[in-house]
Design a protein around this ligand. Structure first.
Ligand code: NDP
Length: 284
């Protein structure tokens, strides 16, 4: 079986070209798409992520600003900043780096972001809009998984898609996006009986579990499309939720880890910022 590897780095490059053109079109109409990232404390990993976002924004012409607040910032102070950014018309996307210090509620802060500026797509209002089929800002990683399949010409209509994982950030929204493309969707989780059998019945598998290499080639239907969202650190490096070497002998399409869905997550964040700026143009 000839397995096509779905190269996320190449797809992200393509996505960024498309985003750059959209940014130029919005700028030509007098609006400069802008992302603001807020970091509370000085977690080194979060700082690296914020820096990656800055570089990516700059590479497509999106303006970027950064607020770093001390770790001692209270929830009220953070909510006041979110409020200020919500009402600032020059800001189109607000992203608060998670996790926040323990004394601040991630959920309360996430929910306080204006849904129209919630470029992470994880505000409950945006998830509700997604389920209702209304225009929304969609969560970046699920959107990245969909983009990767679309760029590889995967036709989802009528296909059986099995999503392994039911988190609010990946599993549930990706299931909704697959449904929107007319796939027949099964969502699995830690209590699913006969997981291997369910996966084996899938034309499309999206793995978002967080367990290194748990989905092996013998669980995959020959020719199936396998999108591996998992990012797991093991002593040898980073691996996905899918056992790459056995899966590639069976799958028709397979996304690698690293270099699959990961690079698309940030590209989809940029896309959400532009979408938000485009919608701002339409507001009275
Ligand atoms: P969560 O831990 O929030 O959710 C994991 C899901 O997997 C849960 O629904 C859980 O079920 C299910 N699960 C756990 N063990 C099993 C099992 N043995 N069999 C079946 N299902 C199981 O993780 P996330 O959704 O946040 O992330 C999933 C993976 O994706 C992680 O590796 C993460 O690092 C990666 N990720 C990658 C991103 C990217 O940019 N590429 C972005 C976000 C995440 P239950 O609900 O029953 O507990």
């Amino acid at each position: 079986m000839d397995c096509k590897i779905m190269d996320g780095r190449a797809a992200a490059k393509e996505a960024k070209e498309e985003i750059r053109s959209k940014v130029e079109a919005v700028k030509a109409k007098g609006v400069e798409p802008a992302l603001t990232v807020v970091l509370v404390g000085d977690d080194p990993a979060s700082k690296v992520y914020a820096e990656q976002k800055r570089k990516n924004c700059e590479s497509v012409g999106i303006s970027f600003s950064f607020h770093q607040l001390p770790g001692s910032t209270s929830e009220e102070e953070l909510l006041a900043l979110v409020d200020k950014l919500n009402s600032d018309p020059s800001v189109h996307g607000i992203l608060v780096e998670m996790p926040l210090p323990k004394h601040i509620s991630n959920e309360r802060v996430q929910a306080a972001i204006d849904p129209d500026k919630d470029v992470d797509g994880s505000n409950p209002a945006n998830l509700g809009r997604l389920v209702s089929g209304l225009p929304s800002l969609r969560p970046c990683t699920p959107q990245g998984a969909m983009y990767l399949m679309e760029k590889h010409g995967v036709d989802l209509s009528g296909k059986h898609a099995v999503v392994v994982g039911r988190s609010t950030i990946v599993g549930k929204p990706v299931a909704m996006l697959l449904l929107e493309k007319n796939a027949t969707v099964t969502i699995c989780h830690s209590r699913t009986s006969n997981l291997a059998e369910v996966i084996k019945s899938a034309d499309v598998v999206v793995a978002a579990v967080g367990r290194p290499e748990m989905i092996t080639g013998d669980m995959i239907k020959p020719g199936a499309v396998v999108v591996d969202v998992g990012i797991n650190s093991i002593p040898d490096g980073i691996v996905g939720d899918v056992d790459y070497s056995s899966a590639q002998k069976v799958a028709g399409y397979l996304s690698p880890v690293p270099g699959g869905v990961g690079p698309l997550t940030i590209a989809m964040l940029l896309d959400n910022v532009v979408t938000s700026a485009e919608r701002a143009l339409l507001k009275p």
